[in-house]
Design a protein around this ligand. Structure first.
Ligand code: FAD
Length: 414
Protein backbone atom coordinates (compact mmCIF):
# COMPACT_ATOMS: atom_id res chain seq x y z
CA UNK A 1 0.00 0.00 0.00
CA UNK A 2 0.91 3.69 -0.08
CA UNK A 3 1.57 5.82 3.02
CA UNK A 4 1.98 9.59 3.17
CA UNK A 5 4.49 10.81 5.76
CA UNK A 6 3.40 14.33 6.61
CA UNK A 7 6.43 16.33 7.81
CA UNK A 8 5.82 19.38 9.99
CA UNK A 9 8.44 20.28 12.57
CA UNK A 10 10.34 17.00 12.40
CA UNK A 11 12.56 17.78 9.40
CA UNK A 12 15.05 14.93 9.60
CA UNK A 13 15.66 11.35 8.54
CA UNK A 14 17.55 10.20 11.67
CA UNK A 15 15.40 8.82 14.46
CA UNK A 16 12.13 9.66 12.76
CA UNK A 17 9.56 7.12 14.02
CA UNK A 18 6.83 8.03 11.50
CA UNK A 19 9.18 7.76 8.50
CA UNK A 20 10.76 4.56 9.81
CA UNK A 21 7.33 2.94 10.36
CA UNK A 22 6.11 3.95 6.90
CA UNK A 23 9.22 2.54 5.21
CA UNK A 24 8.90 -0.70 7.18
CA UNK A 25 5.25 -1.18 6.24
CA UNK A 26 4.47 0.30 2.87
CA UNK A 27 5.42 -0.48 -0.71
CA UNK A 28 5.26 3.23 -1.54
CA UNK A 29 6.12 6.12 0.77
CA UNK A 30 5.25 9.74 0.01
CA UNK A 31 7.15 12.22 2.16
CA UNK A 32 5.17 15.48 2.08
CA UNK A 33 5.56 19.01 3.38
CA UNK A 34 2.79 21.58 2.90
CA UNK A 35 3.65 25.28 3.00
CA UNK A 36 0.52 26.85 4.46
CA UNK A 37 0.18 30.56 3.58
CA UNK A 38 -2.23 30.92 6.52
CA UNK A 39 0.64 30.06 8.90
CA UNK A 40 3.50 32.27 7.64
CA UNK A 41 6.92 31.31 8.99
CA UNK A 42 7.97 35.00 9.17
CA UNK A 43 11.61 35.43 10.08
CA UNK A 44 11.91 31.68 10.43
CA UNK A 45 10.97 31.28 6.75
CA UNK A 46 14.48 31.06 5.24
CA UNK A 47 15.60 28.64 7.95
CA UNK A 48 12.57 26.45 7.25
CA UNK A 49 13.27 26.46 3.51
CA UNK A 50 16.91 25.46 4.14
CA UNK A 51 15.54 22.55 6.19
CA UNK A 52 13.28 21.47 3.32
CA UNK A 53 16.11 21.59 0.77
CA UNK A 54 18.31 19.51 3.01
CA UNK A 55 15.55 17.00 3.74
CA UNK A 56 14.78 16.67 0.04
CA UNK A 57 18.46 15.97 -0.68
CA UNK A 58 18.60 13.28 2.05
CA UNK A 59 15.45 11.62 0.80
CA UNK A 60 16.66 11.70 -2.80
CA UNK A 61 19.92 10.06 -1.72
CA UNK A 62 17.73 7.21 -0.45
CA UNK A 63 15.81 6.85 -3.68
CA UNK A 64 12.89 8.93 -2.41
CA UNK A 65 11.84 12.57 -2.62
CA UNK A 66 10.17 15.33 -0.64
CA UNK A 67 6.92 16.44 -2.22
CA UNK A 68 6.23 20.10 -1.50
CA UNK A 69 2.75 21.54 -1.82
CA UNK A 70 1.21 24.90 -0.96
CA UNK A 71 -2.17 25.43 0.70
CA UNK A 72 -4.18 24.11 3.62
CA UNK A 73 -2.32 21.16 5.15
CA UNK A 74 -5.27 18.81 5.51
CA UNK A 75 -6.74 19.63 2.09
CA UNK A 76 -3.42 19.23 0.27
CA UNK A 77 -2.64 15.98 2.06
CA UNK A 78 -6.05 14.57 1.17
CA UNK A 79 -5.67 15.72 -2.43
CA UNK A 80 -2.36 13.84 -2.70
CA UNK A 81 -3.97 10.82 -1.04
CA UNK A 82 -6.72 10.67 -3.61
CA UNK A 83 -4.29 11.20 -6.53
CA UNK A 84 -2.10 8.32 -5.36
CA UNK A 85 -4.68 6.08 -3.62
CA UNK A 86 -2.72 6.40 -0.38
CA UNK A 87 -4.37 4.57 2.49
CA UNK A 88 -2.70 6.18 5.49
CA UNK A 89 -1.13 9.40 6.77
CA UNK A 90 1.68 9.17 9.34
CA UNK A 91 2.76 12.26 11.29
CA UNK A 92 4.63 13.26 14.46
CA UNK A 93 2.34 14.18 17.35
CA UNK A 94 2.52 17.86 18.30
CA UNK A 95 1.09 19.86 21.21
CA UNK A 96 0.27 23.28 19.73
CA UNK A 97 -3.41 24.19 19.37
CA UNK A 98 -2.94 24.55 15.62
CA UNK A 99 -1.46 21.07 15.34
CA UNK A 100 -4.16 19.60 17.51
CA UNK A 101 -6.96 21.11 15.43
CA UNK A 102 -5.28 19.65 12.37
CA UNK A 103 -5.03 16.23 14.00
CA UNK A 104 -8.75 16.37 14.78
CA UNK A 105 -9.55 17.27 11.18
CA UNK A 106 -7.57 14.28 9.94
CA UNK A 107 -9.53 12.13 12.35
CA UNK A 108 -12.71 13.12 10.51
CA UNK A 109 -11.31 12.20 7.06
CA UNK A 110 -11.76 8.78 5.49
CA UNK A 111 -8.15 7.74 5.88
CA UNK A 112 -6.06 6.03 8.53
CA UNK A 113 -4.25 8.76 10.49
CA UNK A 114 -1.44 7.70 12.82
CA UNK A 115 0.58 9.83 15.20
CA UNK A 116 4.13 9.00 16.27
CA UNK A 117 6.46 10.31 18.98
CA UNK A 118 9.63 12.28 18.18
CA UNK A 119 9.18 15.95 19.08
CA UNK A 120 10.21 15.51 22.71
CA UNK A 121 12.33 13.03 24.66
CA UNK A 122 9.34 11.78 26.66
CA UNK A 123 5.83 12.21 25.16
CA UNK A 124 4.01 15.13 26.84
CA UNK A 125 1.09 13.01 28.00
CA UNK A 126 3.11 10.15 29.49
CA UNK A 127 4.00 11.27 33.02
CA UNK A 128 1.44 12.02 35.72
CA UNK A 129 2.27 13.36 39.20
CA UNK A 130 1.72 10.84 41.99
CA UNK A 131 -0.41 13.32 43.90
CA UNK A 132 -2.91 13.66 41.03
CA UNK A 133 -3.42 16.20 38.27
CA UNK A 134 -2.99 15.93 34.51
CA UNK A 135 0.53 17.39 34.36
CA UNK A 136 3.51 18.47 36.44
CA UNK A 137 3.43 22.05 37.68
CA UNK A 138 6.87 22.03 39.29
CA UNK A 139 10.10 21.22 37.51
CA UNK A 140 12.13 19.25 40.09
CA UNK A 141 9.66 16.38 40.60
CA UNK A 142 9.14 16.31 36.83
CA UNK A 143 12.91 16.03 36.29
CA UNK A 144 13.03 13.11 38.71
CA UNK A 145 10.15 11.26 37.05
CA UNK A 146 11.46 12.13 33.58
CA UNK A 147 14.96 10.79 34.37
CA UNK A 148 13.55 7.38 35.29
CA UNK A 149 10.85 7.19 32.59
CA UNK A 150 11.28 4.44 29.98
CA UNK A 151 12.54 5.70 26.63
CA UNK A 152 11.63 4.38 23.23
CA UNK A 153 14.26 2.80 20.97
CA UNK A 154 15.97 5.19 18.58
CA UNK A 155 15.19 4.63 14.91
CA UNK A 156 17.87 4.20 12.26
CA UNK A 157 17.46 6.39 9.16
CA UNK A 158 15.76 4.19 6.52
CA UNK A 159 18.30 3.03 3.90
CA UNK A 160 15.68 3.23 1.14
CA UNK A 161 12.63 5.47 0.84
CA UNK A 162 10.41 4.05 -1.93
CA UNK A 163 8.75 7.13 -3.43
CA UNK A 164 7.06 6.43 -6.78
CA UNK A 165 8.39 8.30 -9.83
CA UNK A 166 6.31 10.65 -11.94
CA UNK A 167 4.81 12.84 -9.22
CA UNK A 168 5.37 16.59 -9.32
CA UNK A 169 7.98 17.22 -6.56
CA UNK A 170 6.86 20.84 -6.12
CA UNK A 171 9.02 23.92 -5.70
CA UNK A 172 10.98 25.03 -2.63
CA UNK A 173 11.03 28.82 -3.12
CA UNK A 174 14.42 30.53 -3.42
CA UNK A 175 15.32 32.55 -0.33
CA UNK A 176 17.86 34.87 1.29
CA UNK A 177 19.64 33.51 4.37
CA UNK A 178 18.74 34.91 7.83
CA UNK A 179 20.83 33.99 10.87
CA UNK A 180 22.02 30.40 10.95
CA UNK A 181 21.76 27.94 8.05
CA UNK A 182 18.96 25.46 8.62
CA UNK A 183 18.71 21.74 7.90
CA UNK A 184 19.60 18.37 9.34
CA UNK A 185 23.10 18.23 7.83
CA UNK A 186 24.08 21.59 9.34
CA UNK A 187 22.49 20.51 12.62
CA UNK A 188 24.43 17.24 12.80
CA UNK A 189 27.66 19.01 11.98
CA UNK A 190 27.10 21.55 14.74
CA UNK A 191 26.00 18.86 17.18
CA UNK A 192 29.10 16.73 16.75
CA UNK A 193 31.47 19.71 16.76
CA UNK A 194 29.92 21.19 19.88
CA UNK A 195 29.78 17.87 21.72
CA UNK A 196 33.44 17.23 21.01
CA UNK A 197 34.60 20.66 22.18
CA UNK A 198 32.13 22.08 24.68
CA UNK A 199 29.92 19.46 26.26
CA UNK A 200 32.40 18.75 29.08
CA UNK A 201 32.58 22.40 30.05
CA UNK A 202 28.81 22.97 29.84
CA UNK A 203 28.13 23.20 33.59
CA UNK A 204 30.80 25.86 34.12
CA UNK A 205 30.43 27.68 30.81
CA UNK A 206 26.75 27.86 29.97
CA UNK A 207 26.06 31.10 31.86
CA UNK A 208 29.07 33.00 30.56
CA UNK A 209 27.53 35.53 28.17
CA UNK A 210 30.66 36.46 26.23
CA UNK A 211 31.97 32.87 26.12
CA UNK A 212 28.95 31.82 24.05
CA UNK A 213 29.50 28.17 24.90
CA UNK A 214 25.95 26.82 24.85
CA UNK A 215 25.08 24.49 21.98
CA UNK A 216 23.02 26.93 19.89
CA UNK A 217 21.09 23.88 18.75
CA UNK A 218 17.71 25.34 19.71
CA UNK A 219 16.66 26.43 16.18
CA UNK A 220 17.42 22.91 14.95
CA UNK A 221 15.39 21.41 17.78
CA UNK A 222 12.58 23.85 16.95
CA UNK A 223 12.31 22.42 13.43
CA UNK A 224 13.12 18.86 14.44
CA UNK A 225 16.38 18.70 12.46
CA UNK A 226 17.73 16.83 15.48
CA UNK A 227 16.07 14.23 17.62
CA UNK A 228 15.85 15.39 21.24
CA UNK A 229 16.06 11.72 22.25
CA UNK A 230 19.39 11.40 20.48
CA UNK A 231 20.73 14.53 22.22
CA UNK A 232 19.48 13.28 25.58
CA UNK A 233 21.74 10.26 25.17
CA UNK A 234 24.87 12.44 25.42
CA UNK A 235 25.55 11.54 29.04
CA UNK A 236 26.02 15.05 30.47
CA UNK A 237 23.39 15.56 33.14
CA UNK A 238 23.60 19.36 33.20
CA UNK A 239 22.89 19.50 29.50
CA UNK A 240 20.21 16.81 29.62
CA UNK A 241 18.48 18.80 32.35
CA UNK A 242 18.01 21.66 29.87
CA UNK A 243 16.38 19.26 27.42
CA UNK A 244 14.11 18.23 30.26
CA UNK A 245 13.06 21.88 30.68
CA UNK A 246 12.01 21.79 27.05
CA UNK A 247 9.88 18.68 27.63
CA UNK A 248 8.52 20.24 30.83
CA UNK A 249 7.14 23.25 28.96
CA UNK A 250 5.65 20.98 26.29
CA UNK A 251 3.70 19.00 28.85
CA UNK A 252 2.48 22.28 30.40
CA UNK A 253 1.39 23.54 26.96
CA UNK A 254 -0.30 20.21 26.29
CA UNK A 255 -2.38 20.53 29.45
CA UNK A 256 -2.89 24.32 29.18
CA UNK A 257 -3.18 25.22 25.47
CA UNK A 258 -3.85 28.91 26.22
CA UNK A 259 -0.29 29.26 27.59
CA UNK A 260 0.58 32.00 25.09
CA UNK A 261 -2.46 34.13 25.97
CA UNK A 262 -3.61 33.54 29.53
CA UNK A 263 -1.77 33.62 32.84
CA UNK A 264 -1.08 30.04 33.83
CA UNK A 265 -1.20 31.01 37.48
CA UNK A 266 -3.19 34.26 37.59
CA UNK A 267 -1.88 36.98 39.89
CA UNK A 268 -2.87 40.55 40.62
CA UNK A 269 -0.42 42.51 38.47
CA UNK A 270 -1.16 45.94 37.07
CA UNK A 271 0.69 46.26 33.81
CA UNK A 272 1.62 49.67 32.41
CA UNK A 273 0.63 50.64 28.88
CA UNK A 274 3.87 52.23 27.71
CA UNK A 275 4.50 51.73 24.02
CA UNK A 276 7.53 54.07 24.01
CA UNK A 277 9.27 52.04 26.69
CA UNK A 278 8.36 48.78 24.96
CA UNK A 279 9.75 50.09 21.69
CA UNK A 280 13.00 51.26 23.31
CA UNK A 281 13.32 47.77 24.79
CA UNK A 282 12.73 46.12 21.41
CA UNK A 283 15.37 48.32 19.77
CA UNK A 284 17.98 47.80 22.48
CA UNK A 285 17.82 51.46 23.52
CA UNK A 286 16.81 51.29 27.19
CA UNK A 287 20.09 52.79 28.38
CA UNK A 288 20.83 49.68 30.46
CA UNK A 289 23.78 48.13 28.59
CA UNK A 290 23.31 44.46 29.45
CA UNK A 291 19.64 44.65 28.45
CA UNK A 292 20.43 46.48 25.22
CA UNK A 293 23.19 44.00 24.33
CA UNK A 294 20.74 41.09 24.60
CA UNK A 295 18.04 42.81 22.59
CA UNK A 296 20.50 43.72 19.87
CA UNK A 297 21.85 40.19 19.72
CA UNK A 298 18.27 39.09 19.05
CA UNK A 299 17.85 41.66 16.27
CA UNK A 300 21.17 40.76 14.66
CA UNK A 301 21.14 36.97 14.95
CA UNK A 302 17.57 35.80 15.53
CA UNK A 303 18.89 34.15 18.69
CA UNK A 304 19.80 35.28 22.20
CA UNK A 305 21.82 33.66 25.00
CA UNK A 306 19.59 32.14 27.69
CA UNK A 307 21.05 34.32 30.47
CA UNK A 308 20.37 37.42 28.37
CA UNK A 309 16.80 36.23 27.70
CA UNK A 310 16.23 36.07 31.43
CA UNK A 311 17.76 39.50 32.08
CA UNK A 312 15.94 41.28 29.22
CA UNK A 313 12.60 39.62 29.96
CA UNK A 314 12.83 40.37 33.66
CA UNK A 315 13.70 43.99 32.90
CA UNK A 316 10.58 44.39 30.75
CA UNK A 317 8.16 42.89 33.24
CA UNK A 318 9.70 43.91 36.58
CA UNK A 319 11.25 47.29 35.88
CA UNK A 320 9.24 48.66 32.98
CA UNK A 321 6.15 46.77 34.22
CA UNK A 322 5.06 46.00 30.69
CA UNK A 323 2.87 42.91 30.16
CA UNK A 324 4.86 39.71 29.45
CA UNK A 325 2.68 39.10 26.37
CA UNK A 326 4.21 42.19 24.70
CA UNK A 327 7.70 40.80 25.23
CA UNK A 328 6.77 37.25 24.27
CA UNK A 329 5.27 38.46 20.97
CA UNK A 330 8.51 40.24 20.05
CA UNK A 331 10.65 37.23 20.97
CA UNK A 332 8.33 34.91 19.09
CA UNK A 333 8.57 37.02 15.98
CA UNK A 334 12.37 37.20 15.90
CA UNK A 335 13.68 34.01 17.46
CA UNK A 336 14.69 31.24 15.09
CA UNK A 337 13.88 28.85 17.91
CA UNK A 338 10.63 30.69 18.71
CA UNK A 339 8.00 28.19 19.74
CA UNK A 340 4.83 28.65 21.73
CA UNK A 341 5.50 26.21 24.56
CA UNK A 342 9.07 27.29 25.35
CA UNK A 343 8.63 30.98 24.68
CA UNK A 344 5.41 31.50 26.62
CA UNK A 345 6.40 29.01 29.31
CA UNK A 346 9.65 30.85 29.97
CA UNK A 347 8.05 34.30 29.80
CA UNK A 348 5.42 33.27 32.32
CA UNK A 349 8.14 31.81 34.52
CA UNK A 350 9.92 35.19 34.49
CA UNK A 351 6.67 37.15 35.00
CA UNK A 352 5.76 35.08 38.03
CA UNK A 353 2.56 33.79 36.45
CA UNK A 354 4.14 30.49 35.45
CA UNK A 355 5.84 27.54 37.06
CA UNK A 356 8.49 29.28 39.13
CA UNK A 357 8.38 28.19 42.74
CA UNK A 358 9.70 31.69 43.61
CA UNK A 359 7.32 33.86 41.59
CA UNK A 360 8.65 37.14 43.04
CA UNK A 361 12.19 36.59 41.85
CA UNK A 362 13.64 39.60 40.04
CA UNK A 363 16.92 39.87 38.16
CA UNK A 364 18.94 42.97 38.98
CA UNK A 365 20.53 43.84 35.60
CA UNK A 366 23.68 45.41 37.02
CA UNK A 367 24.37 42.52 39.37
CA UNK A 368 23.70 40.04 36.57
CA UNK A 369 26.00 41.98 34.24
CA UNK A 370 28.89 41.97 36.73
CA UNK A 371 28.46 38.28 37.37
CA UNK A 372 27.87 36.91 33.88
CA UNK A 373 29.73 39.48 31.77
CA UNK A 374 32.49 40.45 34.19
CA UNK A 375 34.79 41.96 31.53
CA UNK A 376 31.98 43.67 29.64
CA UNK A 377 32.91 41.78 26.48
CA UNK A 378 29.32 40.79 25.65
CA UNK A 379 28.14 44.41 25.91
CA UNK A 380 31.05 45.67 23.80
CA UNK A 381 30.26 43.08 21.12
CA UNK A 382 26.65 44.13 20.66
CA UNK A 383 26.57 47.80 21.72
CA UNK A 384 29.28 49.49 19.66
CA UNK A 385 28.57 52.95 21.16
CA UNK A 386 30.00 51.62 24.43
CA UNK A 387 32.87 49.59 22.98
CA UNK A 388 35.47 52.20 23.97
CA UNK A 389 34.53 52.33 27.67
CA UNK A 390 37.08 50.78 30.02
CA UNK A 391 36.46 47.93 32.49
CA UNK A 392 33.25 47.78 34.46
CA UNK A 393 32.17 51.26 33.35
CA UNK A 394 30.73 49.65 30.26
CA UNK A 395 27.90 48.38 32.45
CA UNK A 396 27.25 51.79 34.06
CA UNK A 397 27.72 54.55 31.50
CA UNK A 398 25.47 56.79 33.62
CA UNK A 399 28.42 57.19 36.01
CA UNK A 400 30.41 59.08 33.39
CA UNK A 401 30.54 62.87 33.74
CA UNK A 402 29.12 63.30 30.22
CA UNK A 403 26.68 61.00 28.41
CA UNK A 404 28.02 58.70 25.70
CA UNK A 405 27.17 60.09 22.28
CA UNK A 406 24.26 58.28 20.65
CA UNK A 407 23.50 56.17 23.72
CA UNK A 408 20.41 56.96 25.86
CA UNK A 409 20.28 57.59 29.59
CA UNK A 410 18.51 54.71 31.39
CA UNK A 411 14.71 54.51 31.23
CA UNK A 412 14.67 53.41 34.86
CA UNK A 413 16.91 54.30 37.79
CA UNK A 414 19.68 51.74 38.26
P1 FAD B 1 21.62 25.05 25.47
O1 FAD B 1 22.07 25.69 26.73
O2 FAD B 1 22.64 24.41 24.64
O3 FAD B 1 20.48 24.02 25.90
C1 FAD B 1 20.16 22.84 25.17
C2 FAD B 1 18.72 22.81 24.77
O4 FAD B 1 17.89 22.73 25.91
C3 FAD B 1 18.25 24.04 24.03
O5 FAD B 1 18.57 23.97 22.68
C4 FAD B 1 16.77 24.05 24.31
O6 FAD B 1 16.08 23.21 23.41
C5 FAD B 1 16.68 23.43 25.70
N1 FAD B 1 16.56 24.50 26.70
C6 FAD B 1 17.54 25.15 27.34
N2 FAD B 1 17.03 26.01 28.26
C7 FAD B 1 15.70 25.91 28.18
C8 FAD B 1 14.62 26.55 28.84
N3 FAD B 1 14.80 27.47 29.81
N4 FAD B 1 13.37 26.21 28.48
C9 FAD B 1 13.15 25.29 27.53
N5 FAD B 1 14.12 24.66 26.87
C10 FAD B 1 15.39 24.96 27.19
N6 FAD B 1 13.78 28.28 24.00
C11 FAD B 1 13.25 27.87 22.83
O7 FAD B 1 13.64 26.82 22.32
N7 FAD B 1 12.30 28.62 22.19
C12 FAD B 1 11.84 29.80 22.70
O8 FAD B 1 10.97 30.43 22.09
C13 FAD B 1 12.38 30.26 23.92
N8 FAD B 1 12.00 31.44 24.47
C14 FAD B 1 12.52 31.85 25.68
C15 FAD B 1 12.07 33.04 26.27
C16 FAD B 1 12.60 33.47 27.48
C17 FAD B 1 12.09 34.74 28.13
C18 FAD B 1 13.58 32.70 28.15
C19 FAD B 1 14.14 33.13 29.48
C20 FAD B 1 14.02 31.51 27.58
C21 FAD B 1 13.51 31.06 26.35
N9 FAD B 1 13.93 29.84 25.76
C22 FAD B 1 13.38 29.43 24.58
C23 FAD B 1 14.83 28.91 26.49
C24 FAD B 1 16.34 29.08 26.26
O9 FAD B 1 16.73 30.41 26.42
C25 FAD B 1 16.79 28.58 24.90
O10 FAD B 1 16.29 27.28 24.66
C26 FAD B 1 18.32 28.51 24.81
O11 FAD B 1 18.88 29.78 25.05
C27 FAD B 1 18.74 27.99 23.46
O12 FAD B 1 20.12 28.06 23.29
P2 FAD B 1 21.00 26.76 23.20
O13 FAD B 1 20.47 25.82 22.20
O14 FAD B 1 22.42 27.19 23.02
O15 FAD B 1 20.80 26.14 24.65
Amino acid sequence: DTVIVLFTRDLRVHDHPALAAACARARQVLPLFVLDPAVPAGRRGPFLLDCLEDLRASLRARGGDLLVRRGDVVEETMRLASETSATAVYASADVSSLARRRQERFGAERIEFRRFPGLTVIPPDLLRPAGGGDHYRVFTPYWRAWSFAPRRQMEEPPPVVPTPRGLDPGVIPPHEPYGTRGGESAARERMSGWMRLCLDGYAEGHDDLAGDRTSRLSPYLRFGCLSPLELAGCGNDDYVRQLCWRDFHYQVAFAFPALNRRDYRPREITWREDEDAAQAWREGMTGVPIVDAGMRQLLAEGWMHNRARMITASYLVRQLRVDWRVGAAHFFELLLDGDVANNSGNWQWIAGTGNDTRPNRSFNPLRQARRFDPDGEYVRRYVPELAGLPGGLVHEPWRLPTPVRGYPTPLTRQ
